[in-house]
Ligand binder design. Structure first.
Ligand code: GUN
Length: 284
């Protein structure tokens, strides 16, 4: 039986810790503020934004939101971002992705002040991560490091295999595992002998975007298996990139879907907002 890595419980614990800290900040007269920008009415994005606002409310972070119609021009969006950049009361700025097709996502991400880049998507944040300088880290991989640490999974000196090379998950994940002194391999769609490479892993991070792709053939007995995928099957049930029923008996530890990596993303966004406010306080 594998250890079940409980993202629901760990994210709840992080939120409790943040709630306590934000309470103390509030007593000192510091209000933590997150500005959330949503363009259009993509149903999944609306749910994500609602959940982010709820988490803010629970922790005591002030959230302000700017909901713009899908026909908003890039110029209009950039001007909203500029307003939040210049507003000293705003600690973090989040532009929910994806954006409508006529808007250049890179230009929007680059317009956010890196000091307020709580998603960690700005090239300056990404560069800072790669050279070991302070900066914000993308929330999902940062959450995975917390899951491993808080479940007692040792990273130092161990073989870590990350399957997937996206800018939001795979690449920052590899860098964070390296920072924890793991030995890291990044795999992708052109990797040869993928099952063989995955079977080397003590820690296997599955972020390939294909439902139930990873079977026990990809897993070394006793490995920690982290499932970043989230898919809905024909019966409307959620599943991940890992075939949980097949892998769980051989894994040493495993994250479920739902209730594994998912809840950690918002918890780490909250942590980044509080961190932005801590940094602002330290400059006073
Ligand atoms: N869309 C899907 N995931 C994310 C995320 O982590 N941040 C933002 N801004 N948009 C997203």
């Amino acid at each position: 039986m594998a250890l079940l890595i409980d993202g629901k419980q760990i994210s709840a614990q992080i939120k409790e810790e943040l709630k306590e800290e934000v309470g103390k900040m509030t007593e000192r007269g510091t209000t933590v503020t997150l500005a959330v920008i949503l363009v259009g009415e993509d149903p999944a994005s609306c749910v994500y934004v609602r959940n982010k606002k709820r988490a803010c409310e629970y922790i005591g972070i002030r959230s302000i939101s700017c909901e713009l119609p899908a026909k908003t021009t890039q110029e209009e969006l950039l001007s909203v971002i500029k307003g939040y950049n210049e507003d000293d009361s705003v600690d973090g700025i989040l532009v929910q992705l994806p954006l409508p097709e006529h808007i250049n996502e890179d230009a929007v991400i680059e317009a956010i002040d890196p000091k307020k880049d709580v998603d960690g998507f700005h090239p300056q944040s990404v560069g800072a991560l790669w050279i070991g300088k302070p900066g914000f880290v993308s929330c999902t991989p940062a959450g995975i490091i917390q899951l491993l640490k808080r479940s007692g999974v040792e990273i130092e000196g161990r073989e870590c295999v990350v399957v997937g090379r996206s800018n939001i998950v795979g690449k920052p994940m590899a860098q964070l595992l390296l920072r924890e002194n793991g030995t890291v391999t990044i795999c992708h769609s052109r990797t040869k002998n993928l099952p063989e490479v995955c079977r080397r892993a003590d820690i296997l991070v599955c972020a390939i975007g294909k439902p139930k792709f990873f079977t026990k053939d990809y897993v070394k007995p006793g490995a920690a298996v982290i499932d970043v995928g989230i898919h809905r099957n024909a019966e409307n049930k959620l599943c991940g990139d890992v075939d949980f029923a097949d892998v769980e008996p051989v894994a040493g530890a495993i994250t479920p879907v739902p209730g594994g990596v998912g809840p950690m993303t918002i918890a780490m966004l909250m942590e980044n907002c509080v961190e932005a406010a801590r940094r602002k306080e330290s400059l006073k």
